[in-house]
Design a protein around this ligand. Structure first.
Ligand SMILES: [Zn+2]
Ligand SMILES: [Zn+2]
Length: 649
């Protein structure tokens, strides 16, 4: 940039159009102006939301000015997050002696998000299941079989349920038929939150969804994916977009929508003017996208279609029956007008057709069933739900939420999908809530959001906002420092619990836990009864996070553990001699033998082999993309490599 600046007579900032982009633009301006001050008099800003020739040309034909207040707002957040993140992360990591890549992070947005996950887990743990009974009857009329449920959908009293069950002899008589029709409104255009939620519905994690979306944007296939807007701007030529899509594999759908005389798109609740909602901007060549990118592109295209289609119409049916004085019902539904559902199959439910019956008609009782069930605790959050919840609490931004969730995984506070906290995560949240509740509550962050808007509107200075925040941090830090021993003890409880993998099958009285050898720095599993009671140990893979599953192997009786880090978690029992592993070991041995004989035949020189091997290792570490046989090594390299950006949030 410095080199180019000396030769330039004009400077156009064309970074992403949002607070962060404005800040990068401001920094770029200062670097360029440092070389060539005259550029300050010829400084412009190009703002665009899609990397398409049309958008870029339009942006450079109507250049604007850099907004310093917008950049300051971005800088305030950056400064505050750095101060909070660095200060608190350092405190907690030192207090618990978790250093190096094992450090424990605390962040202005990350910690309240963790607290939300932990609060739900606590609800689940406190939940006491209640038994209930469901009574159903299998019926037949005009050769149609169907199942009706007792109107008391959940009998809380077993005696009453059994009494009703005993009464049933049949036949059943139809007492009432009801049919209602309702509209199923088409969805609003995608903003970042609704996009991520839908993408997690088709099997991507929140951070993977955003990574793929950013790639698609850079390729010119979709518009800028960081947006809160859910209303298409008037300037957006929807017909033109459909015409472009007639050149794609979605041509038939695009033509069908183009044929309608008037296009009136759906509108969401949030309207902003910076970026449009996410929509397709181009058509990739066949084979240009990998499977995941194709899936995400299709989702964006289909959502775009859905926002231009009609509402769907669903018919709901209900049949009420009487069986020996007991009221029963059957419910069904079917789509009578597909509308947008024809373009967007993701949320379509299967029709549940009902038998054709008339009022007063009889049906034979061919079976009956009384099933005992239990009420279920509230479910854990999926990543999509969590992103929605963060938005509702004003935690993070469209640009950072998915990374913050990823950080919780990378730091070992959560695992699995839906999101489950580890014991370390639980105790960390508890420690913060107890000794510095400000850090774990969303209120402070919501206030900061308002302050940032005020900076962008020039109603508030950046310095004032950062100073106020620093004062709050001082209060929180003081309380943590005064209770340092208690904070550390609490977090250690979690770390210790996470190391316990289950009961020792050898002595039956002690727990098995993960131990790190002081001499070799290698980890293994040992019995807590060592050395007096029991000397049982098991080897462990040296990379990847290890979690207890609470289950034991049915074959060998050792606890089963879960190893995280790869694409999919890996579950196995601790005993390497377990019979379930015999087959795997045979295959492994055969493969090794084959490789050894192959290598011996092809590469007589030992030196050459060593070189080749070194090359492979290097590649694995840098590219993280290797053949299937190197899968485990991939797992190892990706564990502990936390994503650098937003680390401090
Ligand atoms: Zn033992
Ligand atoms: Zn086993």
């Amino acid at each position: 940039m410095r080199k180019l600046a000396t030769e330039a007579d004009e400077l156009v900032i064309a970074t992403d159009y949002d607070r962060e982009g404005e800040l990068i633009g401001l920094e770029a301006r200062d670097i360029a102006a440092g070389e060539n001050e005259s550029l300050l008099r010829h400084l412009r800003r190009a703002r665009f939301s899609a990397l398409t020739p049309g958008e870029i040309t339009r942006a450079f034909d109507s250049l604007e000015y850099l907004s310093e207040p917008l950049a300051w707002a971005g800088e305030a957040r950056q400064d505050i997050d750095l101060v909070w993140g660095a200060t608190l992360t350092r405190f907690v990591s030192l207090a618990t002696s978790r250093l190096g890549n094992q450090f424990l992070s605390v962040g202005r947005v990350q910690s309240p998000t963790l607290a939300l996950i932990v609060a739900r887990e606590m609800e689940r743990r406190a939940f006491v299941p209640e038994p209930y009974w469901v009574l159903t009857a299998d019926l037949e009329a005009d050769a149609q079989r169907f199942t009706a449920t007792h109107k008391e959908e959940r009998f809380l009293d077993q005696g009453a349920a059994e009494a009703a069950y005993e009464k049933l002899i049949g036949p059943a008589r139809v007492t009432q038929l009801k049919r209602t029709s309702r509209k199923v409104p088409r969805p609003a255009p995608f903003n970042t939150t609704s996009f991520i939620t839908s993408a997690t519905g088709v099997g991507l994690s929140a951070s993977a969804a955003m990574r793929v979306a950013e790639d698609l944007y850079m390729g010119g296939y979709i518009s800028y994916p960081r947006t809160d807007n859910t209303v298409y701007p008037n300037s957006l030529d929807l017909r033109e977009m459909l015409r472009i899509l007639t050149e794609s594999e979605f041509a038939a759908d695009a033509k069908r929508l183009l044929a309608s005389p008037k296009l009136s798109p759906s509108r969401g609740k949030k309207k902003t003017t910076d970026h449009p909602p996410i929509y397709p901007t181009g058509v990739p060549r066949k084979g240009a996208l990998d499977d995941r990118a194709r899936k995400v592109y299709e989702l964006v295209v289909r959502r775009f279609f859905a926002t231009l289609a009609d509402d769907a119409v669903m018919e709901s049916n209900r049949i009420d029956l009487d069986i020996d004085g007991e009221p029963f019902f059957v419910r069904g539904s079917r789509i009578t007008h597909a509308g947008w559902l024809a373009y967007y199959p993701y949320s379509r439910q299967k029709d549940a057709e009902l038998p054709h019956l008339a009022e007063g008609q009889e049906a034979q009782l061919v079976g009956k069933d009384l099933e005992g069930k239990e009420t279920q605790p509230p479910s854990r959050y999926g990543q999509g739900t969590l992103i929605e919840l963060m938005e509702a609490h004003n935690l993070g931004t469209k640009a950072t939420r998915h990374n913050i969730i990823q950080n919780l995984y990378d730091r070992g506070y959560t695992h699995g999908n839906p999101v489950e906290p580890t014991e370390t995560g639980v105790k960390m949240a508890e420690a913060l809530l107890e000794y510095a509740p400000l850090i774990a509550s969303p209120e402070m962050t919501a206030q900061l959001e308002r302050d940032m808007d005020a900076i962008a509107e020039e109603e508030q200075t950046k310095a004032h906002v950062v100073d106020t925040s620093r004062e709050l941090l001082r209060t929180a830090y003081k309380s943590l420092a005064e209770n340092k021993a208690a904070v550390a003890a609490k977090i250690f409880e979690g770390i210790t619990d996470d190391r316990i993998l289950g009961d020792c099958p050898t002595c039956g009285t002690h727990k098995l836990r993960i131990i790190k050898s002081k001499a070799t720095r290698k980890r293994f599993v040992g019995c807590e009864g060592y050395p007096e009671v029991c000397t049982q140990t098991y080897p462990l893979p040296q990379r990847g996070d290890i979690l207890a599953t609470g289950e034991v192997c049915p074959s060998c009786g050792t606890p089963r553990i879960k190893i995280l880090g790869g694409k999919r978690p890996w579950i196995l029992c601790l005993d390497p001699e377990c019979p379930t592993k015999a087959e795997y070991r045979e295959k492994q041995a055969a493969r090794l033998a084959a490789r050894a004989s192959g290598a011996a035949a092809k590469k007589p020189a030992a030196k050459k082999t060593a070189t080749a091997k070194r090359k492979t290792t290097k590649k694995t570490a840098t590219k993280k993309k290797v053949a299937a046989s190197k899968q485990t090594e991939t797992v190892m390299t990706s564990v502990g490599t936390s994503r650098g950006e937003d680390q401090n949030e």
